[in-house]
Design a protein around this ligand. Structure first.
Ligand SMILES: *[C@@H]1O[C@H](CO)[C@@H](O)[C@H](O)[C@H]1NC(C)=O
Length: 91
């Protein structure tokens, strides 16, 4: 019986995770004080699973934003959005 209930919980968790498989992704452009920054690179950090987005404007100024897997702002420029865009498909 123990095995059965554990299995049920795992199956339920897998279902919930699957249903909410939204991953943090970088939005394509960033607007800072009316200046548009375009996404140049986005990368997943292997060590903590965070997403790092690098943006450049026309003058070559750089903005870096780091988000957790769930899309919460972790580190970077203070003009970064407080939450990242999410994708519905897997990471
Ligand atoms: C944020 O990015 C802008 C543009 O590159 C830069 O001028 C500013 O100093 C950055 N702020 C921080 C806190 O890094």
């Amino acid at each position: 019986m123990m095995f059965t209930s554990r299995f049920t919980i795992l199956a339920l968790l897998a279902f919930l995770v699957g249903a909410n498989a939204a991953c943090a992704t970088c939005q394509e452009t960033l607007d800072v004080d009316g200046v548009t920054y375009e996404l140049v690179t986005s990368a997943w950090k292997m060590n903590n699973g965070n997403v790092v987005c690098n943006y450049l404007n026309k003058k070559g100024d750089e903005v870096t934003c780091e988000y957790t897997e769930s899309g919460v702002f972790r580190d970077g420029n203070s003009s970064c959005p407080q939450s990242s865009r999410k994708e519905d498909f897997g990471c």
